[in-house]
Write a protein that binds this ligand. Structure first.
Ligand code: PLP
Length: 477
């Protein structure tokens, strides 16, 4: 295939998304620029990208036409013998500004400057292994235990109930596999269709080992069906695992009611609070949760650090075996740097939690009102009020969310879609499908997730950019 390709094209224009390449095709065809749509050669490995090949000499015409018509080229490759070499990333064809407005805080957040300072300070003090008994080790242990207390405060727990892990994925795996291993691998678990993939995939794996799993439906607002939950509980149910708040829509589940159903039936309740922590007040005792997962990079800590809250008296089998760190629940030398960062991030989040939440919520609602004021058919995906204060997931009906996100990226605004792309063809979000959206609606959705750094000016510029892009899209239809 490559040999045939190189006979006809000298340059490959690579596009971020299938939809953008389709748009580019239309633009090039209308402009009379000769081109070929080609599969991406193996040596070019770029996520969702697909390529359009342009014959020699007219690359600048093609990129110019595409630039003016707002079909951003991700990269340009040129033929070098029988291989393709990167000739330029984006700026060869178009010159997007760097992402200056970051509205993808549910994906990850920037480490807070105080977190970076705490980490630098900790590292400069040459910390030892917290399991060592000498003074350097004792200093590391002290820092670790301070962080544990700070993380515990964020969720109203006791420090002894916090187990540090490598992040939300491990915490969720530990809760599910750990409880099942302790209670018999063939028992019954209840979860929801809208859970994060690390919960759903763990459940699928447990099913392969003989467990029974019920995947609860949600209503059109994304709220778990409590009646279905009551009916699903049976004598062999050992665990209910429902996320506190959804990562795509921000929908907050009726956690206390779920915990009450679990308690009455003598079933453990785990909640994935990765998205809720640091955004809304959490209290494991008020809520009645037995296990709760956290991830530091979602609240301005570092990636690769998390925690699992395990209520005193709850038995969880460890996933990792070895030196017996973390009370025997998670062997392996602790990631002291990440943990110190997590402790600092937890303290910072708790300091001004409600005030920050209110400010962010006002900005989020302003963004929605500005967009919906112009395009009243734009709809919120998720419950109108039971949502995280920072999350706005919008359905733009007939516009591809992926394409809209790529256009906004070109304007320097980072947002995301819920679609997963493994092979060039994005899958619509399982969360939105579970809420009853059609595939088209799910593919037309974009998530804006604000953060503590988001300003009113960011929101104004984002609203203007969305209005401009959506307006232009409708004109071109
Ligand atoms: N659970 C939820 C709800 C999430 O949003 C994420 C991350 O996106 C995870 C779990 C996984 O967390 P981590 O990235 O720390 O593994």
């Amino acid at each position: 295939m490559l040999a045939a390709m190189s006979e006809v094209v000298d340059s490959l224009l690579v596009f971020q998304t299938v939809n953008l390449s389709v748009r580019a095709e239309k633009v090039l065809r209308a402009a009379g620029v000769p081109f070929e749509v080609l599969p991406l050669p193996k040596e070019i490995t770029r996520g969702c990208s697909i390529a359009i090949g342009v014959t020699g000499g007219i690359l600048s015409t093609a990129t110019d036409v595409l630039d003016r018509s707002n079909a951003p080229v991700e990269a340009v490759y040129r033929r070098a013998g029988d291989r393709w070499e990167l000739a330029g990333e984006q700026d060869t064809a178009v010159s997007p500004r760097l992402c200056s407005i970051y509205l993808d805080n549910n994906a990850t957040t920037r480490p807070h400057p105080d977190v970076i300072r705490a980490v630098t300070d900790f590292l400069s003090r040459n910390p030892g292994n917290p399991s060592s008994v000498h003074s350097s080790g004792r200093r590391a242990r002290e820092a670790l235990e301070d962080a544990r207390a700070a993380v515990a405060r964020l969720i109203g727990a006791d420090a002894s109930e916090i187990v540090f892990t490598s992040g939300g994925t491990e915490s969720n795996n530990m809760a599910l596999f750990g409880v099942l291993a302790a209670r018999g691998n063939t028992a019954h678990i209840i979860t929801a269709k809208t859970e994060h993939s690390c919960v759903l995939e763990s459940c699928h794996k447990l099913e392969q080992s003989g467990a029974r799993v019920t995947y609860l439906p949600v209503d059109a607002n994304g709220i778990v069906d409590l009646e279905a939950l009551r009916l699903a509980v049976s004598p062999d149910t050992v665990l209910i695992s429902i996320a506190y708040a959804n990562n795509e829509t921000g929908v907050i589940q009726p956690i206390r009611e779920i915990a009450e159903i679990a308690r009455r039936n003598n079933v453990l309740f785990h909640t994935d609070a990765v998205q809720a922590a640091g955004k809304i007040p959490l209290d494991v005792n008020r809520d009645g949760t037995d296990l709760l997962s956290l991830s530091a990079h979602k609240f301005h800590g570092l990636k690769g650090t998390g925690a699992l809250y395990v209520r005193k008296g709850v038995t969880v089998s460890p996933l990792l075996h070895g030196g017996g760190q973390e009370g025997g629940l998670r062997s392996g030398t602790e990631n002291t740097v990440g943990i110190v960062a997590m402790g600092e991030a937890a303290t910072l989040a708790l300091n001004d939690l409600e005030e920050t939440a209110r400010r962010i919520e006002t900005l989020r609602d302003l963004l929605y009102e500005s967009i919906a004021g112009r395009f009243p058919w734009v709809k919120i995906n998720g419950h109108p009020s039971r949502r995280l204060p920072n999350t706005l997931n919008l359905c733009f009906r007939d516009i591809s969310g992926e394409e809209l996100a790529a256009f906004l990226d070109k304007e320097g605004i980072c947002v995301s879609t819920g679609s997963a792309c493994a092979s060039g063809e994005p899958e619509p979000s399982h969360v939105l499908l579970a809420m009853g959206l059609t595939e088209q609606e799910a593919r037309s959705s974009v998530r804006f997730s604000l953060g503590r750094e988001t300003s009113a000016e960011d929101i104004e510029r984002t609203a203007q950019a969305v209005i401009r892009v959506v307006g232009r899209y409708h004109q071109s239809m």
